[in-house]
Design a protein around this ligand. Sequence first.
Ligand code: PNS
Length: 153
Amino acid sequence: MKKLLYAGSFDPITCGHLDLINRSKNLADSVIVAIFSNSEKKSFFSLEKRIEMLKLATKNIRNVKIDSFDGLLYKYVNDNGIDYVLRGIRSNMDFESEIVMAQLNKKYYKKADTIFLMTDPNTSFVSSSIVREMLRYNADVSDLVPKEILGKL
Ligand code: PNS
């Protein structure tokens, strides 16, 4: 039984995140999407709202569970017996920072490894920060986020 973790802030979940979740569901028996909720970092959406939006967006995916954590990623990974930690790569800028994180975490993982998926070109320009910026100006984000969460923004 292989467990895959997709961790992130998901503030809010975007079409890019959902694309990766949909593609990763076939890579492991169980996919855990975990919201990193740092009590010291102010988020745009509350943890409860982010959980609600993730649940709505993934409600039809059989092997996906939603969770949240505060603290270090490698601890969550080791405590939960994770085999694969998924990260999405949109650009070489992502690659630069992700490789450092993956190498650092690998030192502390008991058995896990980081795997990368290239984002779909149709969503590679999407980020939660762009969505937040657009929401601040009441712009239409319907092409950038899963349709299931539109009523929740
Ligand atoms: O959505 P993001 O911002 O790409 O998510 C990044 C995340 C949550 C995976 C990363 O910030 C993280 O791993 N946070 C947990 C704290 C941690 O382990 N930091 C690295 C060592 S200092």
